[in-house]
Design a protein around this ligand. Structure first.
Ligand code: ZN
Length: 307
């Protein structure tokens, strides 16, 4: 669904304010932004707050680079649902003649990258994707909880400073029986509420859907919403009228358990769920709500961020 023109106007104006304040640094490509030192410092503090909220779970920490095994990507069926968002990695492996042709293409301004073959990796579309093959097999009795953080790529160029093509997702991923997953989700629903309250953001929870591609995607959207498989915590960034998702809670049922061969200790296909904190978006929501002068943020917000 295309955003309302009034939303885009507000988003561009807010992006320009963020750039003028030195919080974001434009690169010439819509949705690709550098981050200034203070923005990054605030983001690190938000990340540390997520750590504190999940600390009692004793999650297994895993960190992966922002590139994903292409075989994992194929197996995940991402291309079935979101071909429009995917980013693939290609590289040169030709001879001298091919090299000359490549340089000629650059000079002539043609699509020189078109002839580069793909590599064994793609850009990571969501922080939890590398986790599923890493936990394949039989789970311990209590299942697993994994803590991940990664830059993610989505090809959706936009002037909205909250819709970046590359951004960080901090996730907790639950891999367990349906009952264990349900109880974990309830815990995080409460924690997400406490998290936004601690930051004093005007947030609310909504039933949501992913941007599934094409005609078949319409059915998937209806199914996802009917079964309440995805919730988002939204807060104002570019606009109060059209708030932006800053946290998402996703229930994949047995989708990944089935695709990657993950089973519970009684032999059933594992269910999975993840909660993703959009670190740039939460940081942006803080600047939107409390202003660009961090020293004047409310005492409570400053305290939980260690400012
Ligand atoms: Zn996830």
């Amino acid at each position: 669904m295309a955003p309302d023109p009034r939303f885009l106007e507000a988003a561009r104006a807010y992006r320009d304010e963020l750039v003028a304040a030195g919080l974001l640094i434009p690169t010439g490509v819509p949705g690709v932004m550098g981050r200034g030192g203070e923005f990054e410092d605030t983001l690190d503090r938000v990340d540390a707050l997520v750590t504190r909220f999940g600390a009692s779970d004793g999650a297994t920490v895993m960190r992966f680079p922002p590139i994903l095994n292409k075989l994992t990507f194929e197996k995940s069926e991402y291309l079935k649902s979101f071909p429009q968002l995917a980013g693939t990695v290609h590289s040169f492996n030709g001879d001298d003649a091919a090299h000359r042709a490549l340089l000629h293409g650059v000079e002539a301004g043609t699509d020189w990258a078109r002839d580069l073959p793909s590599t064994d990796v793609v850009l990571t579309p969501a922080a939890c994707y590398p986790v599923y093959p890493a936990v394949a097999g039989v789970l311990p009795a209590n299942g697993r909880i994994v803590d991940v953080l990664s830059f993610c790529f989505r090809h959706e160029p936009s002037d909205d400073p909250a819709r970046l093509q590359a951004f960080r997702q901090r996730e907790h991923v639950r891999i367990a029986s349906p009952e264990q997953v349900a109880s974990w989700r309830n815990t995080w629903f409460e924690r997400a509420d406490q998290f936004t309250a601690a930051l004093q953001l005007d947030a609310r929870v909504e039933v949501a859907n992913d941007p599934f591609f094409g005609r078949g995607g319409k059915l998937l959207v209806v199914n996802q919403r009917d079964q309440q498989l995805k919730f988002e915590v939204v807060a104002p960034i570019a606009s109060s009228e059209w708030p932006t998702a800053i946290i998402s809670l996703n229930y994949h049922q047995d989708h990944f358990g089935h695709l990657f061969g993950i089973t519970t200790d009684d032999g059933a296909t594992a269910h999975t769920s993840c909660i993703g904190f959009g670190l740039e978006r939460i940081t942006l929501a803080l600047y939107r709500k409390h202003g660009f002068a961090r020293e004047r943020w409310p005492d409570g917000t400053r305290k939980v961020l260690g400012l």
